[in-house]
Write a protein that binds this ligand. Sequence first.
Ligand SMILES: [Zn+2]
Length: 150
Amino acid sequence: MINLKIPPEFRLDVKMKIRYVQAPDLDERVKRIVKLLDLSYIDPDRVKCVRSYGTNAPKTIARIHGISKAFLIGVGMKPHYVIEFIAEKFDKLPDDEKDEIIIHELLHIPKTFSGSLLDHGRIDFDGEVKVLHKILKRRLSRGASQNSSR
Ligand SMILES: [Zn+2]
């Protein structure tokens, strides 16, 4: 006879279930940022975005996932990256902050686009994000004024 009574400490908490959903709108946003910032070493078609729901990560708004060389060679696949956005937090942010977060995550991608990730010690993330975000805003506004009929 099978005892279906599971003691509480072994029960999965239903509320903790994490859900991931593909985010084509964020794929487009990433693509635009990569183009406007001329990050030519990044293949935006191989950077995919997902929203996660129910993640228990108090300090995280987004994170980028790389892939190991062993896996890539083993499967015979080109490097890819996935940026995960903690939906409950990210979706509420103003556009400027969203763009800054995307730039930050993109900075984790090394120039080799190998599937591996640069960690925070390697470059001045906050400084780089500030500079790149300024450039992005300038290029975004230039694009907007080019489209308006003056
Ligand atoms: Zn980071």
